[in-house]
Design a binder for this molecule. Structure first.
Ligand code: FE2
Ligand code: FE2
Length: 328
């Protein structure tokens, strides 16, 4: 099997439940804003939380290539095709950095990939929605990458060093993704009535799933408090969602299209927008595997993995040859 980086045996991490003294010293380092590195002692639960979060993040980047990859052959101009190709490749790259960051915690890439392919591991619910018109590519950049940026900018200050450092570069690229999406929609909104209607239709379908990307309400979010104390998270789900709504509603106004929420209004006292209730049942259904495209996304990933078998074998054979040559 092809594994990248260190193998399992090499990197027994320094993790255990910990004595009260160890836990206190660990928390002190976190409170002092010191970065925790791969070989430092860490509580087992911290390690597990990060493996779960970073691997889900990596899987989301990789599966997220599909809804946009669908449109590579149908981009309306060479310029749009080149932009979309670059963006989709960036997302693949994000997946790779993140798998590497997760590997520093003692899980192998093979294990993470196996968990994704078997359906055991989760990825962001948003990528289980279909891209049915070209404006969806703009809406994904503007809303999905926009929501990702809100989530990920604070992760650049995450207490775990390898994750925080990976996020710095990822965020720079996400910013380009968000802008290309917004610029695509701006072009459509300044075009014909039909093009503007496509943009409105895309906003109608992507708005609510984008709000769901921030996860359950704070009152329902089981991992949040501990992740905040460990400075893995810096803001709660609801705080980040509110920031996203406040910024994005004004961007929709500039485009001249409307957010599909009759309850949306600006609270002049607080300066924040209040908004309607999210359909949490839909969120739960999509996470559970019953969204519009879950099956299709997983099957496509499984096929890509088995179609790539010969590449992994060839890489392995080449590496063995090089090693034999070096040893001779
Ligand atoms: Fe990404
Ligand atoms: Fe992105």
């Amino acid at each position: 099997m092809y594994t990248q980086g260190l193998d399992q045996g090499d990197k027994e991490t320094q993790a255990s439940a910990g004595t009260p003294e160890q836990l206190a010293a660990f928390q002190e380092r976190i409170d002092a804003e010191e970065k925790i590195e791969a070989k430092d002692w860490m509580p087992e639960a911290y390690r597990r939380t990060l493996i779960r979060q970073i691997s889900q993040h990596a899987h989301s980047e990789v599966i997220g290539m599909q809804p946009e990859g669908n449109w590579l052959t149908r981009a309306p101009s060479l310029k749009r095709k080149a932009i979309l190709l670059a963006k989709v490749q960036d997302e693949g790259g994000h997946g790779l950095y993140l798998y590497s960051a997760a590997e520093t915690l003692g899980i192998s890439r093979d294990q993470m990939v196996a968990d994704l392919l078997s359906g055991k591991a989760k990825y962001s619910s948003i990528f289980n929605y279909p891209t049915v018109n070209w404006a969806d590519i703009g809406a994904i950049g503007w809303l999905v990458d926009g929501a990702a940026i809100m989530n990920q900018i604070p992760l650049c200050r995450c207490s775990y060093g390898p994750y925080a450092r990976a996020m710095v570069r990822v965020c720079k690229e996400e910013s380009f993704h968000q802008r290309q999406g917004y610029e695509l929609l701006l072009t459509l909104c300044r075009g014909s009535a039909e093009q503007k209607a496509m943009a409105q239709d895309a906003l109608n379908r992507w708005w609510w799933p984008s709000l769901m990307m921030f996860g359950p309400n704070d009152s329902e979010s089981k991992h949040s408090a501990q992740s905040m104390a460990w400075k893995i998270k810096r803001f709660s789900n609801d705080e980040l969602r509110q920031k996203f709504v406040d910024v994005t509603v004004q961007q929709a106004e500039f485009l001249g299209i409307s957010v599909p929420d009759p309850d949306l209004k600006l609270d002049k006292k607080t300066g924040h927008y209040t908004f309607g209730e999210i359909d949490w049942q839909e969120f739960i259904d999509v996470i559970a595997g019953n969204g519009p495209c879950n099956k299709q996304r997983l099957e496509k990933r499984q096929k890509a993995h088995s179609d790539g078998e010969w590449v992994r074998e060839a890489a392995q054979a080449y590496a063995s040859k090089q090693a034999a040559r070096a040893a001779a």
